[in-house]
Design a protein around this ligand. Structure first.
Ligand code: LLP
Length: 441
């Protein structure tokens, strides 16, 4: 195998290997066989990688800071099988909708470890969360603060809350996924005094118990500096408002956004790099601030599921335009992974049934949707591709499936979990009947 393929393999799940037929294997399963058995497009998740990432976050962060809670950001991908694994691994959960909350509830996820985020939670969603005894509501704006206070009064309960603070820090990521700058729909800005006003109102809300603060800068954030700066700003604010209004701050959530490599040239901090830098910042400020050490909450999504998931497609039409480009068309595309079209996200690819063959075919992998922008990977280096080959794209576990659509009435892919040589279907492929089942004529 040449070196680029050796390093390509490192982007795949931790169990990735190539067998003597030259087939990519994940979790002890031949992915070419799985593509035949379950059809393509197919998403595979490797249980070993999922569990390892959960443990890595817990281990690394608790090595640098004694009191931590890792809550998985469900928006990166959630289904019932994954929720059960997260529950077994002892993680908490960040949910942003009644839907995500319902999935967690359906598997008996401990709801006291669930944090409800979002800039416009509906009264129905909040009522459901309160009925099910959600751990914390992360209040995003004054409308929500008042609404939540009146709902808790009606139910005669007292709800623990955090306030989402917008620190005004640029995380240097894509504009669409930047959230911590002043001009954002999320949270109470520090700069305008609205964050302070929120503390004042939260402290006088009869049925709300202010436990702490949360910020989330954006995603993915490839540097530790923006977090360090935001920690400093929000801790300064915490000290000020604690003195003025008296809340005791037990919890401090620094959000998610931890970047992971998705191409051969991406260089991202490791989990330990993030943990070390952020815990250091927190620990160096707390003693002089007069605050007690709060519970540090981190909310990784992408970094837990990204590498664990791969997408498999079958190559169909191959169009070569001499001196211009060679298109390899696959049986999925922007419907199952909108990220390249939406954010210009970059991926690598491997011909899964030719993983031992030399690479040198520079191709562009195009989806089957009726849009010229439906390109998954541009100018990538593959083994010589023919129709019928299986194309594997690594680091597809985060934000592909949850952002998928039925554009062009394409059914959504199946999802299979692999572990120790066994594969189990954890979401079946949508059928044409599924596409019509909600229509009323
Ligand atoms: N916490 C909060 C409050 C968030 O809004 C997010 C992501 C996370 C945690 C988790 O961030 P992560 O660790 O997964 O980076 N669709 C985009 C990403 C949007 C992220 C939205 N919020 C993408 O495909 O890159």
């Amino acid at each position: 195998m040449n070196t680029s393929k050796v390093s390509k393999l490192s982007l795949f799940p931790l169990t990735a290997e190539v067998d003597n037929k030259g087939h990519l294997c994940i979790g002890g399963c031949d992915v070419v066989d799985l593509a035949r058995e379950f059809g393509t497009p197919l998403y595979l998740f490797d249980e070993f990688t999922l569990r390892s990432k959960c443990r890595e976050f817990k281990d690394r962060f608790s090595k640098h800071y004694a009191n931590i809670l890792v809550i998985y950001a469900s928006k990166a991908f959630l289904n019932r099988a994954l929720a059960l694994i997260l529950k077994e691994e002892g993680l908490g959960l960040d949910v942003v909708s009644g839907g995500e909350l319902s999935i967690a509830h359906s598997v008996g996820f401990p709801l006291d470890k669930v944090y409800f985020h979002g800039n416009n939670k509906t009264p129905e969603e909040l009522k459901l969360a309160l009925d099910w005894g959600i751990g914390r509501v992360v209040v995003d704006n004054l409308y929500e603060l008042e609404l939540l206070n009146s709902l808790t009064k009606e139910k005669d309960i007292r709800q623990d809350i955090l306030l989402r603070i917008t620190p005004g820090v640029d995380p240097h990521t894509h504009q669409y996924t930047t959230t911590g700058t002043l001009d954002s729909k999320f949270g109470f800005p520090l700069a305008t005094g609205q964050a302070e006003e929120a503390v004042k109102q939260a402290m006088s809300a009869s049925n709300l118990n202010l436990l702490g603060f949360h910020f989330h800068l954006g995603s993915p954030v490839s540097e530790t500096k923006p977090y360090e700066l935001a920690i400093e700003l929000v801790l300064h604010f915490t000290r000020e408002v604690s003195q003025k209004y008296g809340p005791h701050i037990d919890e401090f959530s620094i959000g998610g956004g931890f970047a992971i490599p998705s191409t051969l040239d991406s260089k991202e901090p490791t989990v330990d790099d993030y943990a070390k830098a952020l815990a250091y910042k927190l620990k160096s400020f707390i003693p002089e601030s007069g605050l007690d050490y709060p519970l540090l909450i981190i909310e990784p999504g992408r970094a837990i599921v990204g590498q664990a998931g791969i997408a498999l497609y079958t190559a169909g039409a191959i169009k070569e335009i001499p001196k211009v480009r060679k298109y390899v068309c696959i049986d999925g595309g922007m419907t199952d992974n909108i990220r390249p079209a939406l954010y210009g996200a970059k991926y690598e690819a491997l011909v899964a049934n030719k993983a031992l063959e030399a690479e040198g075919d520079i191709v562009t992998i195009a989806g089957k949707l009726c849009e010229s922008g439906d390109i998954l990977v541009r100018n990538t280096n593959l083994a010589s591709v023919q129709s019928g080959d299986i194309i594997a794209i690594p680091v597809c576990g985060a934000y592909s499936i949850p952002m998928s659509s039925n554009y062009n009435s394409l059914p959504r892919p199946a999802i299979v979990m692999v572990e120790k040589g066994k594969a189990r279907l954890v979401r079946r492929r949508e059928s044409y009947q599924d596409l019509m089942k909600l229509d009323v004529i």
